[in-house]
Write a protein that binds this ligand. Structure first.
Ligand SMILES: *Cc1c(COP(=O)(O)O)cnc(C)c1O
Length: 229
């Protein structure tokens, strides 16, 4: 199967999941996660109509964004404060805002560049120690704290599901993020603009769509398994 075939298959699966669930979003965006993959693979996806790409490392996002600035580039991995300066103005969306310190740096660099940076807050629903993300009880006060950071726009929530044998076991995690999303959106705070619920990866995106995700982040099912060296 080519990258193009894989994308079309996933788009069909997304649509099927959407149709069978009353909780699904009206429109779901596929974010193609191209981390560790060469620019040729990105171009193959781009030439078959894919326009949103996700990277988890700043060092990889920047050169790909510069090679293909027409695409939308999303940062989905943990962002270190000292790397923020390299990506301001280059991302459509940062999915991994997870601390006040990081928010302060994004605010400072965005203000200096005269831009507003769109961000999702990463939530660690299952409170896994090795994972980044806010714990659920911290979420509302964290959002409140964004009121005096006018160069950050909070556009929704993101989570990475725990690793499970049966993807069905992840459904409650996705359902909880969806509930948090609705709860925070309903507060109608003037400095947030809730639009995006980012959840689901290669092995569980169909469940995420059923539970209301409107961005799914899919890597290996599009580009093949990753090799790290
Ligand atoms: C790598 C990655 C993905 C994609 O994972 P696949 O299992 O290859 O689809 C999604 N989200 C994040 C945050 C990632 O780091």
């Amino acid at each position: 199967m080519s990258i193009k075939d894989n994308i079309n298959q996933i788009l069909n699966n997304i649509e099927a999941a959407r149709q069978r669930s009353p909780r699904a979003a009206k429109q779901v965006h596929l974010l193609a996660v191209s981390k560790t993959k060469p620019l040729e693979a990105v171009m193959e996806a781009w030439n078959s109509g894919q326009t949103w790409f996700g990277e988890n490392r700043v060092q990889e996002l920047v050169p790909k964004q510069e090679a293909l600035p027409e695409a939308q580039w999303h940062l989905i991995g943990h962002l270190q404060t000292n790397k923020v300066k390299y990506i301001i103005g280059k991302t459509a969306l940062i999915h991994s805002l997870d601390s006040i310190g990081l928010a302060d740096e994004i605010e400072k660099r965005s203000a200096a560049a005269g831009v507003t940076t769109d961000c999702l807050i990463q939530v660690n629903i299952a409170e896994e120690e090795q994972k980044s993300g806010l714990y659920v009880p911290e979420l509302s006060s964290f959002i409140d704290a964004m009121a005096d950071r006018p160069h950050i726009k909070i556009m929704g929530l993101m989570t990475i599901g725990p690793i499970v044998d049966d993807p069905e076991d992840i459904r409650p995690v996705f359902a909880e993020l969806r509930n948090l999303y609705e709860r925070e959106k309903a507060r109608e705070l003037p400095f947030v603009d809730f639009q995006w619920l980012s959840m689901g990866m290669s092995h569980d995106y169909h469940i995420a769509v059923e539970e209301g995700a409107n961005i799914v982040r899919v890597g290996s099912s599009i580009f093949g398994a990753r090799q790290y060296n």
